[in-house]
Write a protein that binds this ligand. Sequence first.
Ligand code: HEC
Length: 121
Amino acid sequence: MRRLAAALLLLAPPAAAAEGEAVFRRHCANCHALAPGAPPGPGPHLGGLAGRRVGGDPGFDYSPVLQAANEAGQRWDVAMLERFLADPEAMYPGLWMGANGVREAGDRAAVARYLAAQDTP
Ligand code: HEC
């Protein structure tokens, strides 16, 4: 029994990461690059997002609302990403993202944790 519990614990993190990756591919990858050194697409590159300044892809031309958040020194973390994805426009009125975020809280949590674990800028 104890061995089974240990095996389940070992299985949990990769399963969650796979779920986050699946959400990213379905809802975000059309616009956002994650691969190291990839150019920004219609949206900014999202590598290295944990601790990164909002509006922090130097190769991307951000909306005034994200430029202002950048100048104010705001930085991304998992909790902030989850809040953003619940309603991106509510958090940053005037955002140019052209996408609605993620409806399911579990999917938001999975993709936020997945993104925070990508350390390649
Ligand atoms: C239709 C294209 C599109 C889709 C789909 C999309 N985004 Fe975006 N995203 C953008 C654009 C464009 C911006 C920049 C908005 C601005 O400048 O106001 C952006 C900005 C962001 C930012 C801020 C980045 C920074 O550098 O501060 C995050 C985080 C983000 N998107 C996450 C996501 C996630 C996660 C998904 C999927 C659930 C997603 N986006 C889906 C186009 C998209």
